[in-house]
Ligand binder design. Structure first.
Ligand SMILES: *[C@@H]1O[C@H](CO)[C@@H](O)[C@H](O)[C@H]1NC(C)=O
Ligand SMILES: *[C@@H]1O[C@H](CO)[C@@H](O)[C@H](O)[C@H]1NC(C)=O
Ligand SMILES: *[C@@H]1O[C@H](CO)[C@@H](O)[C@H](O)[C@H]1NC(C)=O
Ligand SMILES: *[C@@H]1O[C@H](CO)[C@@H](O)[C@H](O)[C@H]1NC(C)=O
Length: 382
């Protein structure tokens, strides 16, 4: 009886894995179809997606929401996590090569594109488990890809041609995929108030809607137990929240920086940005020495202590770092330690402009949304 139940349950397990067939490319009469069909599927861990490569010459590469059109890389090896070869298929072929992707994580949306030149920028994208609406919807992902395509079109005529295979950013000794985080301006209605917010839509970006009209206060202890620490060192916060730094001991600052230059004031590396800096604040055991900032946006905020070599020792802080991306808090702190007070690791500026603007209504009629594609601009902000 027991053995039979065991067999039945393992049969049930085998049966429960579903395969989804997805066509990649193909022809519509004479014209190439630069699309995945269907454009998304919803599956669970163990389910498979079989990509059927139709006519022309396509590939399937995994990416992330914020780096659409660039491969998602393993944080340790920097190798693409999933990338098929190109499969050239002649117009007259009747047999189509296949590649299989097995879903290993169903807790978050998975994003893909075709890495053939210009195809991603024409909207050749695919997703597993994309949310039906909201900041990280398939429509927003496609809009970000199309914005890159518009940049490619604009850049192809200029000498400083930018391409989707742009070389990764190198900060310190690490390599990071370029970030593409479209800036979204959205009208948000919450309780009885309505306002316009601008934020960057990237993988796992927080929802632009605050959870309370006045926000909540997050308290961070600076230099507690005489350590070179912010405690906690990394938080997730919503728009309208307050982050209150309580200076407990010694003489520290909390100064805004950027991911790629952890130990330099943001106002020095990017003068267009309004950046906060508490200045030096001697600690007080009674909690009376404090400095507060308001969270205005969903984009990650990076900060450090300007005192001596504190930053190079890892005294850094972040709000809304995307822990599932290459630009996690741990990566930021590691970069601060690598750079350790030197100006090394400053990436060369590669301005691309932001010529590309695409308009779309993406939030179920509630909001008017303007999407702009930014490449290095966003990399500086994030
Ligand atoms: C397919 O595309 C890749 C990448 O652009 C290219 O290197 C390759 O030569 C192409 N193959 C054919 C047969 O066109
Ligand atoms: C705090 O540190 C700054 C920079 O090192 C220094 O100029 C200032 O005098 C210090 N303040 C106190 C009270 O020690
Ligand atoms: C939020 O906006 C206020 C007012 O413009 C500004 O003083 C503050 O520094 C901003 N917060 C951050 C984290 O940039
Ligand atoms: C940073 O550099 C200082 C002096 O150059 C050195 O003493 C310290 O150990 C370094 N810190 C780290 C975390 O490497």
């Amino acid at each position: 009886m027991f053995a039979k139940a065991l067999i039945l349950s393992s049969v049930a397990l085998l049966v429960s894995a579903v395969n989804y067939d997805v066509n990649v490319g193909g022809l519509n009469g004479e014209n190439p179809i630069l699309k995945f069909n269907p454009e998304f599927v919803n599956g669970v861990v163990g389910d498979t997606v079989t990509f059927h490569f139709q006519q022309k010459n396509h590939s399937v590469v995994e990416t992330s929401f914020n780096s659409v059109c660039s491969p998602l890389r393993d944080p340790t090896t920097y190798q693409p996590v999933f990338q098929t070869p190109f499969h050239p298929v002649a117009n007259t072929d009747t047999e189509f090569p296949t590649e299989v992707y097995t879903i290993q994580d169903a807790s978050k949306p998975l994003w893909f594109y075709c890495s053939q030149k210009l195809h991603c920028g024409k909207g050749m994208i695919f997703s597993i488990n994309c949310p039906a609406s909201g900041a990280n919807s398939l429509d927003n992902f496609r809009a970000a890809a199309l914005a890159i395509g518009a940049q490619e079109a604009a850049a192809s005529s200029s000498a400083a041609a930018w391409s989707s295979t742009a070389t990764p950013d190198v900060y310190g000794t690490q390599t990071y995929a370029p970030i593409y985080a479209p800036t979204v301006t959205q009208t948000v209605t919450f309780a009885e108030s309505t306002w316009t917010t601008t934020y960057q839509s990237y993988a796992n970006s927080p929802d632009p809607t605050p959870i309370a009209a006045e926000g909540v206060t997050h308290t961070i202890t600076v230099g507690g137990n005489n350590g070179l620490t912010y405690d906690p060192p990394s938080i997730q916060a919503n728009v309208r929240d307050t982050v209150k730094f309580v200076f407990a001991a010694k003489n520290h600052t909390v100064t805004q920086s950027s991911f790629n230059q952890p130990c330099r004031k943001l106002s020095l590396t990017n003068p267009d940005q309004t950046a906060f800096d508490s200045g030096f604040i001697p600690g007080a055991a009674d909690g009376s020495a404090s400095f507060s900032i308001k969270v205005n946006d969903t984009k990650p905020i990076w900060a450090y202590c300007r005192q001596g070599n504190h930053c190079g020792s890892g005294m850094v802080f972040s709000i809304n770092a995307d822990e599932s991306s290459e630009r996690s808090f741990a990566a930021f702190q590691a970069l601060a330690r690598t750079i350790n007070g030197t100006a090394a690791g400053a990436p060369s500026a590669t301005p691309t402009g932001n010529a590309a603007f695409a308009s779309a209504s993406l939030f179920g009629g509630v909001a008017t949304v303007v999407l702009a594609g930014f490449a290095s601009v966003a990399a500086v902000l994030l």
